[in-house]
Every structure is written in C-alpha cells, then in structure tokens.
Design a protein around this ligand. Sequence first.
Ligand code: SAM
Length: 238
Amino acid sequence: TPFRAVVLTLFPEMFPGPLGHSLAGKAQADGLWSLETVDIRAFARDKHRTVDDTPFGGGAGMVMRPDVVDAAIAGSYPGEGPIVYLTPRGRVLDQPLVKDLAREPAVTVLCGRYEGVDQRVLEARGVLEISIGDFVLSGGEAAAIVLLDAVVRMLPGVVGKTESLEHESFETGLLEHPLYTRPQEWNGIPVPEVLMSGHHARIDAWRRDQAEDITRQRRPDLWSRYVAAQKQEQEGRS
Ligand code: SAM
C-alpha cells in the first residue's frame, strides 16, 4: 500500500507546491505515495472561524487553539503512523530520522503558524516534535515540504537503482565527493584525470579521499563520528 502523508495547515493552497513536481510529483502520480491536505480552519467552531488566541501569561503574538487543532487531528488522522509537529524546539531532522519516517505506513504533519500551538494538544496527541534546523521560519508549511521531500525519495521504488542512493551525502557518514560532467574541459579547466581513466578502483579511492577531505574541512562533527565508526569497524575485524 502506498505511503500516506496528511498535512494539517492553515494554508492548504501552499500544497502540493514542490511536492507536485519532479521526483515527488512523479512518485505520487505512480501511486507510490499520496498527499492529503487538511484545512485546520475548517475545524473552527465559531462563526468567525477563529483558530488562534492571545497567549495566557501575556506576551507578543498568537497561539493556535488546542480544541481546533485537536478536532483537525481527530477528523483526519489516518489511523497509523506518527503525528509530527514541526517546531524549532524539535529533534533536528537528519537522514536516519528521514529513513525511520519512510518506514512508517503514514505520517501526519501539523504545521504551526503565529507563535505556535497550545502545549496541551501536543501532549494529549503524543506528537513527535521535529525541527528542520536552527533557524525560525514564519510557518511550518515550508518545513513540511522539506520533510516530505526527503521522506518520499527514501520510499521504495521512488529513486531508481541507476541513481543509487548509496554514495550520497550522509549514507557513508561523509559528505559527497565533487561531481563533473561534460564538457571535459570548461573555462580552461579540465575534469580531474583519474575520472577519465576508466579505472574503477582508482576512481573509488579518489572519490573517497575527496569526500574525506571535504567532510574533515567543513563538518568536524561528522568527521569525528566517521573516524570513531571506522576505528570501531577495524577493532571488530581484528
Ligand atoms: N515561537 C516559536 C519559537 O520561538 O520557537 C516560533 C514560531 S514560528 C514563527 C511559526 C511556526 O513555524 C512554528 O510553529 C513551526 O510550525 C514553524 N517553524 C518555524 N521554524 C521552524 C523550524 N526550524 N523547523 C520546523 N518548523 C519551524
């Protein structure tokens, strides 16, 4: 059965957006996943369709009401899979978390607006809080698109074997090596000679060296994890 994504938002017109194009769009057309967008405002009860109110305790901005958000979840939860709330306070999204989500039958994604969502409904619904990075967006919709884009490409059958995911950034614990295509010489700069050699073992070794250099220079955090994992692997072998 196809993977189901349910997005709860005050701005349903922002979807599918990028998720309707290219890889994710084609995968949806192929029936590998589905996207349902739910308008939270449709679950407001008063005649003004109010979804937010001022924060208790004072302070700037507005807070999304728990009763409205809860009704939206009750009316749209597919019956399986986690309910994700996108928030800067959440666990920062990374490739292992993306893969975990791609193994779920469904993911329900709650997009915040204003200052965020009343704490009580987050706890009552046991939501999984996820951040897409240490910065503040104006709403959860862009984050939902980022999250689902990353999850959809990990669904079985979405990325073809030829485009193999194995050597991508993070899969090996390293950032990717530099890429080159035609023309073989551009702006007076030739493609590194080893790539033209047809010698696969040398090419692999060169790419690994490059990936290691880039990771060491740019991401000391990834590099120390990689070195530790390599060391453990060696100890396991000896
Ligand atoms: N008052 C919140 C805070 O200080 O943490 C920021 C609220 S933000 C203006 C509005 C909404 O955007 C949030 O409820 C959340 O859904 C979304 N959002 C903002 N930054 C995000 C991030 N880094 N990752 C995921 N969602 C984010």
